[in-house]
Design a protein around this ligand. Structure first.
Ligand SMILES: Cc1cc2nc3c(=O)[nH]c(=O)nc-3n(C[C@H](O)[C@H](O)[C@H](O)COP(=O)(O)OP(=O)(O)OC[C@H]3O[C@@H](n4cnc5c(N)ncnc54)[C@H](O)[C@@H]3O)c2cc1C
Length: 433
């Protein structure tokens, strides 16, 4: 099939990942030290850390392991937030707390790959680095400044001039880049299923097809009701990110779920593979309406984007994405075929920061990764596990904030796609340096 259409609705990751560990719906009552809602990276990493610390951790998942962003994302393991850099975090949270948060972000990819290796998770992990190239001269200045901020923190980063950027990306489009050497890419579904297996091996319980329908405070902590059973737990971690449902309406209204689309090409001819991202890096550039791509271990490129109007995405998206990919990588043929197309929801927040909230005593959540949750949500499991064991929330590596539902949330959700028009306008204009 040509770029005008797609063949399958299945994700590339479903087609290539080993089955998940066997799990069943919760049936009856169960006691736990900590109940975790959501079997994505954050929930499963939290469960793994808790089980390793000897705590009884029970994960409740409404659908299947990796049903949310964890099973559908692009698989880039990025040690950076989408907008905020160390100086922004210090300005927002103060020098000490901001610095701790920045360090957690800087180490998130390294920690994710390490955890993957430690637990023998076969996730097609490639730690060749993540590149952020600049699409204009003004952004090249920004990129240098970002590099300097991460370098000052001791992160393993490099700055690349225009010609080195062209060599590493295979693209003539860019004016320089910064490289996070600890970053890379994974098969995201293999990662989340591997995390589930590791958590079970460490002693955690995972119940799929078990939506948490009510959270009830009790004398000992919390009771979480599901259709056929309930968990009684001392504390609860809510790790539902963009897939938050009606369980906690104010939490759901604090993020805007935006649909993002992913397309995977057919395996590319050898000459194209050695021309586009020849070093096997993952790349997302400085466009606000992001240009991004990563290679796979079987020689495909996975890219995608968002759409102003998402309804007719299957018809319009392949042409749109191929056009972008060919701007980035001229070696790509005009009849490049896409084998897989799928979508998922990204949780955006008003300030583009992820937020950790203590919603009530013993009820913790972290939400709003703004499309940067692979490394960060895995790394956050350690922090959420600490919080669930009673570590003071004002002394965690991720600062806690007050929950702020967005005014006019329903309207914002409906018109979120229009924001892309503003992004595209901004992308065409040079930044002031
Ligand atoms: C298309 C796309 C591309 C992306 N690309 C990247 C990328 O390349 N790099 C990157 O860093 N990030 C990327 N992201 C973001 C990343 O996938 C998320 O930030 C990450 O998955 C968040 O992990 P999580 O564990 O917090 O939530 P999720 O993985 O979304 O898991 C939440 C889970 O909670 C469950 N749930 C919800 N409500 C309930 C309930 N009441 N009871 C029980 N379970 C419930 C859901 O079913 C879901 O399984 C992308 C996201 C999308 C959608």
């Amino acid at each position: 099939m040509t770029a005008a259409g797609t063949e399958r609705t299945q994700t590339l990751w479903e087609a290539t990942a080993a089955p998940p560990p066997a799990t069943a719906a919760l049936d009856g009552p169960v006691d736990a030290d900590v109940a975790i809602i959501g079997a994505g990276y954050a929930g499963l990493s939290t469960a793994l850390h808790l089980a390793e610390a000897g705590r009884r951790a029970v994960v409740l998942e409404a659908f299947e392991i990796g049903h949310g962003g964890a099973g559908r994302n692009n698989g880039m393991v990025i040690p950076a937030l989408s907008r905020a850099y160390p100086a922004d975090l210090r300005a927002r949270f103060g020098p000490e707390r901001g610095e701790r948060f920045a360090r957690l972000v800087a180490n998130a990819a390294r920690d994710t790959f390490e955890l993957t290796r430690r637990h023998g998770i076969a996730a097609d992990a490639v730690q060749n680095g993540w590149l952020q190239p600049a699409h204009s001269p003004g952004r090249a200045w920004q990129v240098r400044e970002r590099y300097e901020q991460w370098a000052a923190l001791g992160a393993d980063v490099a700055h690349l001039d225009r010609s080195r950027t062209a060599e590493l990306t295979g693209s003539p489009l860019y004016h320089g880049a910064w490289l996070a050497k600890s970053g890379g890419h994974v098969n995201p579904l293999k990662l989340v299923r591997g995390l589930a297996r590791a958590a079970i091996d460490a002693g955690a319980r995972i119940h799929t097809r078990s939506p948490a329908q009510a959270l009830v405070p009790t004398d000992e902590g919390w009771r979480i009701d599901t259709p056929q059973g309930a968990v009684r737990a001392g504390s609860v971690v809510v790790a539902t990110d963009a897939y938050a449902d009606r369980l906690l309406p104010r939490l759901r209204r604090s993020i805007v779920p935006v649909r993002f689309f992913q397309l995977a090409t057919a395996p590319l001819p050898e000459d194209v593979r050695t021309a586009a991202l020849p070093g096997g890096h993952a790349l997302s550039d400085t466009h606000a309406d992001l240009y991004f791509a990563r290679p796979t271990v079987d020689g495909r490129l996975v890219s995608g984007g968002a759409l102003v109007f998402g309804q007719a995405w299957r018809r319009r998206l392949p042409g749109h994405v191929l056009q972008r990919l060919r701007r980035m990588f001229p070696a790509l043929a005009a009849d490049t075929r896409f084998d897989y197309a799928w979508d998922g929801k990204v949780a955006m927040t008003a300030d583009f920061l992820p937020h950790l909230h203590q919603l009530a005593p013993g009820l913790i959540t972290l939400t709003g990764y703004n499309g940067r949750g692979v490394a960060l949500a895995v790394a956050a499991g350690r922090v959420l596990a600490q919080a669930a064991q009673g570590h003071p929330v004002d002394d965690l590596d991720i600062p806690a904030t007050a929950l702020r539902p967005l005014p006019l949330h329903g309207l914002i959700e409906r018109i979120a796609g229009l924001e892309l028009l503003r992004y595209r306008w901004r992308d065409l204009r040079e930044v002031k340096v």
